[in-house]
Design a protein around this ligand. Structure first.
Ligand SMILES: C[S@@+](CC[C@H](N)C(=O)[O-])C[C@H]1O[C@@H](n2cnc3c(N)ncnc32)[C@H](O)[C@@H]1O
Length: 336
């Protein structure tokens, strides 16, 4: 912690490019420190707070060097250090413990494998396009666990908040989450808004994993492919986030979504919207670069979804930009 008793002098260029470039030297290290903590299960061994020597003994590591790593994690505000004992900060505990209420562990362990890569190497030789074994249960377990962690930590509350801002929300009775990815949003809505009749739609392996975690909640699960399977009808709200990439005919799928709405219903989508000739927002352009170099560039340009909604017959479309903990997004709402 900085010495608060001394006066602080700001120097020129503190927020300039030189400073940002210098900071990039640190960025991979910060990730390495977090990854080391996750790999070693450090974050699950700090309640009650422990010394470096305690931890080193149980992990079979050198206490001095482990202490340096723990100090660096404390410098990143993930740990508190008091009289030589380390514990997770109150903010980090629910996110980093495996059993944390908003544990991001499964997301942090999987998403970097997709997003990080040797950019120069991929430029020279992208190698064969990755071909995940979609028949393997492990593939779907991994995807479901990662999405569940994302939804628990931030995705579900963001979705619930955005839905609750819409004028249709107070009177809505039937809601469809298309391409839900996990049960987290459906369960949260079912628990907090029992008047809502909730349906989730996802590919069959994902739908099975969602159904298995509903714990008796009255949520309908439709297993299918959005390109072919009937969505049902009479929904007051249809929500779909980061899922329309898989529509083979975007306007065609949107027309079927429109047909599934009840009179007066609203369709809401949340997707990235690239601008500046696909150079912004930075979060999405850099975050999705490695998959793009490997041949999977799915991001939507700004306005693509709204234009397809018009083609699909929506007559009133309103759009807004949404700042989230996982980057800026565009929300398009279609009515009529
Ligand atoms: C990136 S995840 C987004 C999950 C969630 N909507 C969110 O905002 O985090 C994409 C979801 O779409 C589902 N999906 C992919 N192709 C699909 C298809 N053809 N029909 C229905 N769902 C599909 C995936 O299984 C996954 O759950």
């Amino acid at each position: 912690m900085r010495n608060r008793t001394l006066p602080v002098v700001e120097t020129p260029g503190r927020d300039g490019l030189a400073g940002r470039l210098f900071d990039l030297i640190q960025a991979p290290l910060r990730w390495q420190l977090l990854a080391a903590g996750l790999d070693l299960g450090l974050f699950d061994r700090l309640d009650p707070p422990a010394t470096a020597a305690d931890l080193a003994g149980s992990l079979g590591l050198d206490a001095t060097r482990l202490g340096r790593v723990l100090d660096a994690l404390a410098a990143m505000s993930l740990l508190d250090k008091t009289r030589g004992r380390y514990g997770l900060t109150a903010e980090a505990a629910p996110l980093l413990r495996a059993d944390g209420t908003r544990s991001m562990r499964d997301l942090l362990l999987t998403l970097p494998r997709l997003r990080h890569g040797d950019v120069a190497g991929l430029l020279k030789d992208p190698g064969p396009a990755p071909a995940p074994d979609m028949a393997a249960p492990a593939f779907w377990d991994g995807s479901a666990n990662s999405l569940r962690a994302f939804h628990r930590a931030m995705g579900a509350e963001t979705a619930r908040h955005l839905l609750s801002l819409l004028p249709e929300w107070p009177a809505a009775r039937r809601l469809l989450d298309l391409g839900a990815g996990s049960e987290v949003l459906a369960c949260r809505l079912a628990d907090r808004h029992p008047q809502l009749d909730i349906t989730v739609f996802d590919l069959p392996p994902m739908a099975d994993r969602i159904r298995a975690r509903l714990n008796g909640r009255p949520v309908t699960v439709i297993a299918g492919d959005m390109n072919e399977t009937d969505f049902g009808t009479g929904y007051d709200m249809i929500w779909t986030a980061m899922t329309l990439y898989y529509a083979r005919d975007l306007a065609g799928v949107l027309a079927r979504i429109r047909g599934a709405l009840a009179p007066g219903g609203v369709f809401v989508t949340l997707h990235e919207a690239l601008t500046g000739e696909r150079t912004a927002p930075e979060t999405h352009v850099t975050g999705r670069l490695v998959p793009a170099l490997r041949g999977q560039d799915r991001s939507f340009d700004d306005g693509t979804i709204a234009a397809a909604m018009t083609e699909a017959g929506f007559t009133r479309i309103d759009s807004r930009l949404v700042e989230t903990a996982f980057g800026p997004f565009r929300m398009d709402c279609g009515r009529g």
